[in-house]
Unconditional design. Structure first.
Length: 369
C-alpha cells in the first residue's frame, strides 16, 4: 500500500471476498445470499463493492432507496436489486430501472399496482414485507387475505419473495423474542404460500441472524455489516476482516506548555507539558464531536493516542506526548486496530453509524480490485 498522504478510506475487496466466503460457509450451500449495499455500501463505495460481489456470484442486492438502486444500474450492475423502503414518488423510475420494491402496507401495494399498470407491466417482481415485531415497516399477518385479494386476477405483479426483519439478532437476552418473530414469520409464509399457489423466496436473517439463528435461513439471507467485516461480537469480528480503514496523516506537531489550551473553547488544557498532533479530519468527515475530549483513541505507530479538546469541522488534535512521531506520519482512526466496533463504542454508538457517517469528502481508495 502506498504511504497515506491525506485522509483516506481504504476499501479492501479481498477482505470483502473473505467475509462473503466466511458467512456463506455458515449457511447451507443452496441458500441464496443478498448483499445489503444501502447508504453507499455502509459508507464505503457501493459501486466497487457491488461489482466485486457480482464477480463473486452474489444472488441479490438490497438498497434502502430507489436512487441508490438507480446508481447501481447506471454503473452496470445487472443482478436483482431489492429496494427496502421505496416511496411512490419514485415508482416510475424504479420500474424503468428494473428495481424490485419491498411492499409493506396496503397503501403502498395499491399505489404500486397502479404504477405497474400504468407502465404496462406484467409479472413485475415485488417483495412482500411482514412486520413480526420490529414495528417499523411491514404488513401485519391479518393483511394476508387482503394482499391476495388485491392481486387476484391481476397480471401486473409477481411475488418474488416474502420477508421480515428481526429486531435483536445480536442480543442473546432477546432470544425468546427473536424465536417468536421467526415463528410468526413461518406461520405467515405457510399461510401465504398455500393461498398463493406458488412458492416465493423467503428471508428474515441479517448478519447477526446468520450467526445466531442459522436454522431460520429459509432460502435467502441478507447481510450488510458482516460483509464489511464487523460481526457485532468480538468472536465473529475475529473471523472477519475489516473492509474499510480510515487513515490520515499528521499535519503539524505542537509543544504545549503547562496551562496552555488546545482547540475551540479552550476545552483541553493540562498542568504538564504535552505534545499534540493535528490531523486533517473532523466532524465534516464523519468523526463527530462526541469522539472528542478524551473519549476516543486513534492508532499512531501502534500506540493509542486520545483525541483531545473539541473536534473541529476539519481537524482533530491528539495527544502524542508519549509517542515518537513526526509530521507526515500515518495515523489510523479505525481499521484493524481499533476496529470500527471499538472506535464506535468510544462514543457509545455502533459501527453502522460510524461507517455510514464517513462523508463523501473523504477520498476512497480501493484495494484488491
Ligand atoms: C440494513 C438491513 C439489513 C442488513 O443488516 P446487517 O445487520 O447489516 O446485516 C438486512 N435487512 C434489512 C431489512 C435491513 O434494513
Amino acid at each position: 500500500m502506498p504511504k497515506t498522504l491525506e485522509t483516506v478510506l481504504e476499501i479492501d475487496l479481498n477482505a470483502l471476498e473473505h467475509n462473503f466466503k466466511y458467512l456463506k460457509s455458515r449457511l447451507r450451500p443452496n441458500t441464496k445470499f443478498l448483499a445489503v449495499v444501502k447508504a453507499f455500501a455502509y459508507g464505503s463505495e457501493a459501486i466497487s463493492i457491488a461489482k466485486k460481489m457480482e464477480a463473486l456470484g452474489i444472488d441479490y442486492f438490497a438498497v434502502a432507496y430507489t436512487k441508490e438502486g438507480i446508481a447501481l444500474r447506471k454503473a452496470g450492475i445487472g443482478k436483482p436489486i431489492l429496494v427496502l423502503h421505496p416511496q411512490p414518488i419514485h415508482f416510475d423510475a424504479l420500474i424503468e430501472n428494473c428495481l424490485e420494491p419491498s411492499l409493506y402496507s396496503p397503501k403502498i401495494l395499491q399505489e404500486f399496482i397502479a404504477a405497474a399498470k400504468q407502465n404496462n407491466q406484467k409479472n413485475y417482481p415485488v417483495h412482500i414485507k411482514f412486520n413480526t415485531g420490529l414495528n417499523r415497516l411491514g404488513f401485519s399477518r391479518n393483511d394476508v387475505d387482503h394482499i391476495l385479494n388485491l392481486l387476484k386476477d391481476r397480471e401486473e405483479l409477481k411475488i418474488t419473495s416474502l420477508l421480515s426483519h428481526l429486531a435483536a439478532t445480536e442480543d442473546p437476552n432477546e432470544r425468546e423474542f427473536t424465536l417468536k418473530q421467526i415463528d410468526t414469520f413461518t406461520d405467515i409464509v405457510l399461510d401465504f404460500e398455500e393461498k398463493l399457489g406458488y412458492s416465493p423466496l423467503k428471508h428474515i436473517l441479517n448478519t447477526s441472524g446468520i450467526i445466531n439463528y442459522p436454522e431460520a435461513q429459509f432460502n435467502m439471507v441478507r447481510s450488510g455489516i458482516g460483509l464489511y467485516g464487523l460481526g457485532n461480537e468480538p468472536e465473529i469480528d475475529s473471523q472477519l476482516k475489516p473492509v474499510v480503514a480510515l487513515k490520515t496523516v499528521i499535519s503539524q506537531i505542537h509543544k504545549i506548555e503547562p496551562h496552555e489550551s488546545v482547540g475551540y473553547n479552550r476545552a483541553y488544557s493540562s498542568n504538564t507539558q504535552r505534545v499534540t498532533a493535528t490531523l486533517p479530519i473532523g466532524h465534516a468527515d464523519g468523526i463527530g464531536r462526541q469522539y472528542g475530549n478524551g473519549k476516543a483513541f486513534v492508532n499512531v505507530h501502534g500506540k493509542m493516542a486520545p483525541i483531545i479538546g473539541n473536534v473541529c469541522m476539519d481537524m482533530i488534535m491528539i495527544d502524542v506526548t508519549d509517542i515518537q512521531c513526526s509530521e507526515g506520519d500515518e495515523v489510523v482512526i479505525f481499521g484493524e486496530h481499533p476496529n470500527a466496533d471499538t472506535f464506535a463504542a468510544y462514543a457509545n454508538t455502533i459501527s453502522y453509524e460510524l461507517l455510514t457517517a464517513i462523508s463523501q469528502r473523504v477520498t476512497r481508495v480501493i484495494k484488491g480490485v
